[in-house]
Design a protein around this ligand. Structure first.
Ligand SMILES: C[S@@+](CC[C@H](N)C(=O)[O-])C[C@H]1O[C@@H](n2cnc3c(N)ncnc32)[C@H](O)[C@@H]1O
Length: 213
């Protein structure tokens, strides 16, 4: 892939250096696999949309769930975080953070209708699990009927395409987003003001900040 047909303004060499830092970053002693751009964008998004429920798919060791919860508290939000993973982190706890064992491809099992009907609104969803296009597609399909106007679903790591590894992920998140929007494009907006805030797709969530219309 050349600089001309990449999705992001970040060139490949710099992208891989930032990725190295992001993969070793820690928050409160727990790995938090995010880069500075998206930490800033998420903070802005929390402040603007003031969610009361955040459902994250892909907890890893829990760093991002704790970070979301802590930031929400500083912003005086009444936010509950539910973070789902195939393997629930054992070592971390945090106020208002709930780790649930579940599979992104079978979310109806861990998030039954009784649960989804009861979540406090606004809802915000962050998909950060396997990044296989089929998994991302399953998450988008699951949440589509539940999301209400103005709520966000953030699809992480479309940047894998610019990292030149999308084949390993069967096209990765970007393929899933593109195919989903071909069907449901009338119901969602890719929020360019977030994706392009620091430059064109200077975010790991390339074309991934989706707002339900
Ligand atoms: C990129 S890490 C999450 C990073 C975390 N959100 C953070 O920012 O620190 C991806 C996580 O997704 C989980 N995962 C992979 N496939 C999954 C699936 N089908 N369902 C649920 N979780 C999955 C992995 O176990 C891993 O912990």
């Amino acid at each position: 892939m050349t600089a001309q047909n990449s999705y992001s303004d970040i060139d490949y060499e710099l992208l891989m250096k930032i990725q190295q830092g992001a993969m070793s970053y820690q928050y409160r002693g727990v790995p938090l696999q995010k880069n500075p751009f998206d930490l800033a964008l998420y903070l802005w998004l929390l402040e603007q949309t003031r969610p009361q429920t955040l459902i994250e798919i892909g907890a890893y060791q829990g760093g991002s769930a704790i970070w979301f919860s802590d930031q929400a508290r500083l912003l005086e939000l009444d936010l509950k975080v539910f973070s789902i993973d195939l393997n629930v982190p054992a070592t971390v706890t945090g106020p208002s953070v709930n780790f649930l064992q579940g599979d992104a491809r079978e979310l109806g099992t861990v998030l039954p209708s009784s649960f989804m009907n009861a979540v406090k609104r606004p809802l915000m969803v962050v998909e950060d699990s396997s990044h296989m296009s089929g998994t991302t597609a399953a998450v988008l399909e699951f949440f589509d009927p539940w999301l209400r106007s103005g709520e966000y679903i953030v699809i992480e790591d479309g940047i894998l395409s610019d990292m030149r590894v999308e084949e390993l992920y069967d096209g990765g998140p970007l393929r899933a987003i593109e195919q989903f929007l071909e069907k449901r494009g009338d119901r969602y907006e890719i929020v360019r003001s977030l994706c392009d805030y620091f430059g064109r797709n200077v975010t790991w969530n390339v074309n991934g900040y989706l707002r339900r219309l």
